[in-house]
Design a protein around this ligand. Sequence first.
Ligand SMILES: *[C@@H]1O[C@H](CO)[C@@H](O)[C@H](O)[C@H]1NC(C)=O
Ligand SMILES: *[C@@H]1O[C@H](CO)[C@@H](O)[C@H](O)[C@H]1NC(C)=O
Ligand SMILES: *[C@@H]1O[C@H](CO)[C@@H](O)[C@H](O)[C@H]1NC(C)=O
Length: 907
Amino acid sequence: MSLIIVVYLTKQTVVGMFLHFLLVLLTVLTVVVLVQAQDPYAGFISLDCGLPKDSRYSDISTHINYISDAKFIDTGESKKLAEENDIKQQLQYVRSFPIGMRNCYRINVASGTKYLIRASFYYGNYDNLNKPPEFDLHFGPNVWDTVKFASLSHITDSEIIYTPSLDYIQPCLVNTGKGTPFISAIELRPLNNTAYITYSPKSVLSLFNRYYLGSTADKEYRYKDDVYDRIWFPFKLSSGWAKLSSSLNSDDLHQNEYKPPAIVMSTAVTPVNDSAPLQFHWEADNVNDQYYTYLHFNEVEELAANETRAFNITENDHLPYGPVIPEYRVVNTIYDEIPYTGTKMYQITISKTEDSTLPPILNAFEIYKVKNFSQSETDRDDVDTIINIKNTYGVARNWQGDPCAPVNYMWEGLNCSLDGNNIPRITSLNLSSSGLTGEISSSISKLSMLQYLDLSNNSLSGPLPDFLTQLRSLKTLNLGKNNLNLTGSVSSGLLERSKQDGLLLILDQNPNICEPGSCNQKISDRKKSNKIVPLVASVAGIFVLLVLVSGAAIICALIKKRKPQDGNSQVQSDTPNDSQLESKQRQYTYDDVVKITNNFNRVLGKGGFGTVYHGLIDDTEVAVKMLSKSSVHGFEQFLAEVKLLMRVHHKNLTSLIGYCNEGKDIGLIYEYMANGNLDELLSGKNSKGKFLTWADRLGIAVDAAQGLEYLHNGCKPPIIHRDVKSTNILLNESFQAKLADFGLSKNFPSDGGTHLSTVVAGTPGYLDYEYMTSNRLTEKSDVYSFGVVLLEIITSQPAITKSPDKTHISQWVRSMFYNGDIKNIVDSRLQQDFDTNSAWKAVDIGMACVSTNSSDRPNMSEVMNGLKECLAEELARKKVGRCKSKKEDPIELVPLNLDIELGPQAR
Ligand SMILES: *[C@@H]1O[C@H](CO)[C@@H](O)[C@H](O)[C@H]1NC(C)=O
Ligand SMILES: *[C@@H]1O[C@H](CO)[C@@H](O)[C@H](O)[C@H]1NC(C)=O
Ligand SMILES: *[C@@H]1O[C@H](CO)[C@@H](O)[C@H](O)[C@H]1NC(C)=O
């Protein structure tokens, strides 16, 4: 129709119509944009699982928009429940998973945002088997829940509060052999980040119960009553309880960060007998379960002048918390910072104080059980790369969810480094006999920890790429049986790797591959030519190239991606020529050292292994450490390491600038650190009298953690410091902390610890017991020592008390930590000017680091990230403090480490 009309229109009218159309389009767009901007569900993600692709609807009662889940998962089948099921719209379809052990969604989220995540399941006999299944629910690499049904029409929800660290989450349904998994709905609701805080980043809250009390309505409340769409169920009135209620508009209710709905807070229960307590209890499956409760209070009655309502709250027979005095139309939420644990029966008792004239009340409560999501997600770059490879080759395998974990569900053909503590990395990729075609994808070279790569028995074509030489850890490369398709010569880089590093290169049954220099013939000549030596064409199939052990080389920064704008990116190149050049430039004669130090004029200190002098190279201040050769074990090895360490550069490591090796003297030249060491600073011996605020302390802890993390994860092979202690953490003129003396301490007898075996290097108080007894040194020994330093930073106490009983700092902190006594742990000179959550987290990290078993200790990446969170919380608090009352806190918030106010008068 419209086509025919256009034919008869003049040019002008067409233009006119076009303009008109544009105008209409613009108006429509504006309306759409306006509607979206006002969308009250901003951030809500609501998937109706199994709903036909691209369908959407607005829920009748909540008006929340639900969309089909089809875009978020590749597998599963959509099933519709029988018509007679008179049930909420989200439950009318399910996605069912008859195929595959583990089927996963991938849902994009805002990383760092705290979400309430709810998965709902309603069987409703959708498969006509009259047999509800039982299956597991995973959350990425962690086990979330087991889904069971009490009856055909039982609706069950699994709900957690979780802050994703990546910008996606992967809920998975796992077949455990008890029926076909399915799912009805997935809902994500962003929460206030400051509510529902747990003591450890790996603790996830999983909903146990959520009730409101004192209402006769047998009704559940959720959105829009609840802005976060939590679902509140009515709690059955116990005998001995009476109802209190008032009408309450949400505008009249003064909220806190938990925002319980006004309708829920408008009613409460109170004991009939004025002097009796309010009590409720629950039973745990396991004594080791941990629970958090959140009790929400709001005074529903306007009290007369002579009336008071005050009460104490007690969990089991612990010390009561109180008095709590609920205010009229003000939400007050009470929770314990440490979870309840250690028993099977928990009882909360709310009892009135002696001078209260009115009995206690309770409006609503929530109970959460702690789930430990301790398994880290696989390295983000590895995940992106392997998904890229999957898509490039159309790999037809059930590759879903986290590639590495849980270990039983590791992707077929992969293997990973999985020790439960470090971020998993892909170490092995076997795509043998997978019908791969096309060229060898350059993505593969991004799997930087790959040790084993098998692409044999495919139809890969094109040249043998040189980028495979970038895989520094590769031990086996199997490209055999890609008949006729792979061409060209083996790159000299690969040949070099196989000669130098013992790379096992398997290239059998690839007649078109030749050695470098012998590839000049035309392709047509090749098959006939005798001159072409196929590298490997053995009868049995496998032929092995040279295996030569090469010297170890420390390669830092190559495996760490850094953004170009990052100041740290100017890491020098790693080519052998370069480093030789550097070594020469950085070697000084004894005469040079005499000049640099002005004849050893100014002593800066006596360190573990020698005396340190002040010096000047051109106009740059340096610190020169002089040692005698006799004090060094294994001198040649020491010297080799010194040369390597000169190539390690990080903003939180003191740089080794040069060295001198003449006669019996060795001099090590370091960058100068104007503000001495952390020990002096904490004990008040620092000449400038700088007092460290809580933010300063966290800043220093983050700095030191970053330095150590770099040694462990940014260097290959990892460098173990062996002697992390507060005297080895130095501060420059802007109080930026840097680790000193890394990687060398093994060459020296331990510092004053004559009672220790001389083999075990380190300093008493900082030494990991496991290392002392087993003599097996790992990164986790450094983590232990770092934990001791962190506790020193928090408490300003020495690692071992000076008192005769010589208590270790970890014991001293432990007793108070378990009593919840944070105020006495943190340095009293701070006068409690710190964010409590931030302090809890920091102490928790410190205590985890000093765990007796090294496997219970976190790795340095986790420590570093945890401390960064602590610092962010403290900085956020300071910002809030400033807004509330500008007079109180005159100090400008400055970025990390730049707080250079001197002297205690600054506070
Ligand atoms: C993966 O690697 C580990 C450790 O090297 C090894 O024990 C395990 O057998 C490997 N698994 C597979 C499926 O190859
Ligand atoms: C790699 O996969 C192929 C085919 O699936 C299998 O035959 C071979 O044993 C695997 N190699 C290793 C080391 O697991
Ligand atoms: C090579 O792969 C094909 C399928 O692509 C398979 O049938 C054959 O068994 C494989 N050969 C070997 C030696 O693994």
